[in-house]
Ligand binder design. Structure first.
Ligand code: ADP
Ligand code: MG
Length: 263
């Protein structure tokens, strides 16, 4: 072995957001937000209502067109390509193809009510990715079993509780075999007694090595699962760092004031 063998490269961030800015009219609702999410890590984003958390997630996965900034997934720029010394926008179909690697779980589940639970999980891989049903079906069943719903495959979403619907939504996101999953307040629409069954699934997912960004008000979950906590306020990152530093020893007055109300 050569003594001058290069040191192994540090693990690349799965997702990098650089200076994301989004305006609605005169309002800058996301203002230069940067974030690095290492592969296999979980970042929790906390912050008051209206801070721009949802808009930031929507910029990451292209549901919202940002005014400036860039998103890189495994080092690859999303939605643009370098042409000489400037950037050119990719065609929408090419950008959409890249973004399939970013899964999203919404506060309001967003399942297709007319499709069975199994078909909700299968529809992305079969219709969007063109994968054969024979291959996707068993994978969908594995995912439903993993979220504790193997016995509900033939039910319809509205026959399930909110917690069960949200677990189907997680299975559906995973069926696309994403590199990163974004969660936007996944338990905020649930009755309190249903919150934990969803957080349990998310905790397992984090422990299995999935890369996750979770917007949540569940401080206990953040404390237990997050590697990094980001506190957003008025469109900006007011504070970010290790979970312990931010939750137990917040540096900014704004973060302290927020936590004194929610913890
Ligand atoms: N489509 C939109 N058009 C205009 N304003 C919007 C739109 N979406 C969000 N906003 C505004 O952007 C700000 C941030 O909203 P949001 O990202 O939903 O915050 P959070 O998720 O932290 O509660 C709010 O003031 C909201 O009213
Ligand atoms: Mg929101």
């Amino acid at each position: 072995m050569s003594a001058s063998a290069p040191a192994p490269a540090p693990a690349a961030a799965a997702l990098q957001a650089v200076g994301i800015t989004k305006r609605f009219g005169a309002d800058t609702v996301v203002d230069g937000v940067s974030l690095e999410v290492p592969t296999g890590s979980t970042v929790c984003i906390l912050g008051p209502s209206g801070a721009g958390k949802t808009t930031f997630l929507r910029c990451l996965n292209g549901l919202e067109k940002m005014d400036s900034g860039a998103v890189l997934l495994d080092g690859e720029l999303l939605a643009y390509e370098h042409r000489g010394d400037h950037l050119r926008e990719l065609r929408p179909s090419a950008a959409a193809r890249q973004r399939r690697a970013i899964g999203m779980v919404f506060q309001s589940f967003n399942l297709f009510p007319h499709l069975s639970v199994r078909d909700n999980v299968m529809v992305g891989p079969t219709k969007v990715l063109g994968q054969p049903k024979g291959e996707v079906g068993p994978r969908a069943m594995d995912l439903l079993t993993r979220v504790g719903l193997g016995d509900k495959a033939d039910r319809y979403p509205l026959e399930l509780s909110g917690g069960q619907q949200q677990r189907v939504a997680i299975a559906r996101a995973l069926a696309m075999q994403p590199k990163v999953v974004l969660f936007d307040e996944p338990t905020s629409a649930l009755d309190p007694e249903l919150v934990n069954e969803v957080l349990d699934v998310m905790r397992d997912l984090a422990q299995s090595g999935m890369t996750m960004i979770v917007v949540t008000h569940e401080i206990g979950f953040a404390r237990e699962v997050a590697d990094t906590v980001v506190f957003m306020d008025r469109g900006r990152v007011a504070e970010s760092g290790s979970t312990r530093d931010v939750l137990d020893n917040p540096a900014s007055e704004r973060t302290r004031a927020f936590f004194s109300k929610v913890i």
